[in-house]
Design a protein around this ligand. Structure first.
Ligand SMILES: [Zn+2]
Length: 304
């Protein structure tokens, strides 16, 4: 924390860090790609004017920070807290730490989770991949329990493994249901052709063969993946996920925003060996993510 404040404790330091993250090799005009520019000052943020086409770009325009009235130091502190919190951070905790209103904390949280989701969307799983059907959220009293339960968000949990059986990357993707059609769509978006997919034999997973993957179902009567050593990593990931989301399960709109919560968990898991530099990576993700108007942040995302 002291180290963080030394680096990002003032508005001008945050501004300089943002500029480095956005243009590591120096300013490039977003319209004509020209490098020659002059800097206009006077407003809240630096404005770059391209010498070639005269286009003006504010430091925060075109990033997740576009349109913000908040100080950058506040955003950077949020980035730090979110990236360092081991089991995730709720908007309520963020509100307390930042001293802002709940709606403001919620928006900061969701915009940064969206930046993580977009970053994560660039990757597909390859090689040996374990998959399982999973559900998020609690059932209301009187609802059905287990697969097909009401008020639950079905999602595919997938882990890619190294040759010696260690987890490399995960993907947690909400799907409309566990049908051949939705798993075929999921596989197309998230698996590299040629991957070998291990499942517990749920029929829909055979659809991965549609996209050139090999399906290896393990069918053992009466056993669920949680009892099978073959599915150790899936179970570990799902256990960690449950701990991480405990405080959010009952939050308003949780189901609607489940894809974003899952992507944020995934983002952190897939970078678990880079915790010390995670905030720097998240700054880059925020800069690359593009503007996220409140309207679109509050809209639910579609399925895969
Ligand atoms: Zn230009």
């Amino acid at each position: 924390m002291p180290e963080f404040f030394k680096l990002y404790g003032t508005e001008s330091r945050c501004s300089a860090a943002l500029e480095r993250a956005r243009w590591p090799d120096g300013f490039r005009c977003p319209r004509c790609s020209g490098g020659a520019h002059c800097v206009l000052r006077g407003g809240t943020h630096k404005v770059f004017q391209c010498n070639a086409c005269r286009h003006q770009t504010s430091l925060i325009a075109g990033t997740v920070f576009q349109g913000t009235k908040l100080e950058l130091t506040l955003w950077f502190l949020a980035i730090y807290l979110i990236s360092q919190a081991k089991t995730g951070l709720s908007a309520l905790a963020l509100k307390r730490h930042l001293g802002v209103s709940y709606p403001t904390a919620w928006l900061i949280h969701h915009k940064l989770m969206q930046a993580m989701a977009q970053r994560e969307a660039r990757y597909v799983l390859e090689g040996q991949v374990q998959v399982d059907d999973a559900y998020l959220g609690g059932e209301r009293s009187g609802g059905k329990v287990g697969r097909g339960s009401e008020n639950k968000v079905p999602f595919v949990a997938a882990v890619s493994l190294s040759d010696d059986g260690h987890p490399l990357r995960i993907k947690l993707t909400p799907v409309e249901g566990f049908t051949l059609k939705s798993i075929a769509l999921w596989a197309k978006a998230h698996l590299a052709p040629g991957s070998t997919v291990y499942s517990d034999g749920l029929a829909c997973f055979s659809a991965v063969t549609d996209v050139g993957c090999v399906h290896r179902p393990t069918v053992v009567a009466g056993r669920k993946p949680k009892d099978m050593p073959e599915f150790q990593w899936i179970n570990t990931v799902l256990g960690n996920l449950k701990t991480s989301l405990t405080g959010s399960y009952h939050a308003f709109g949780f189901q609607k925003f489940a894809p974003r919560y899952l992507a944020a968990f995934t983002y952190r898991f897939n970078r678990r060996f880079d915790l010390a530099t995670l905030h720097q990576r998240l700054i880059v993700a925020a800069v690359r993510c593009g503007p996220q108007p409140q309207r679109s942040i509050r809209l639910a995302e579609g399925h895969c």
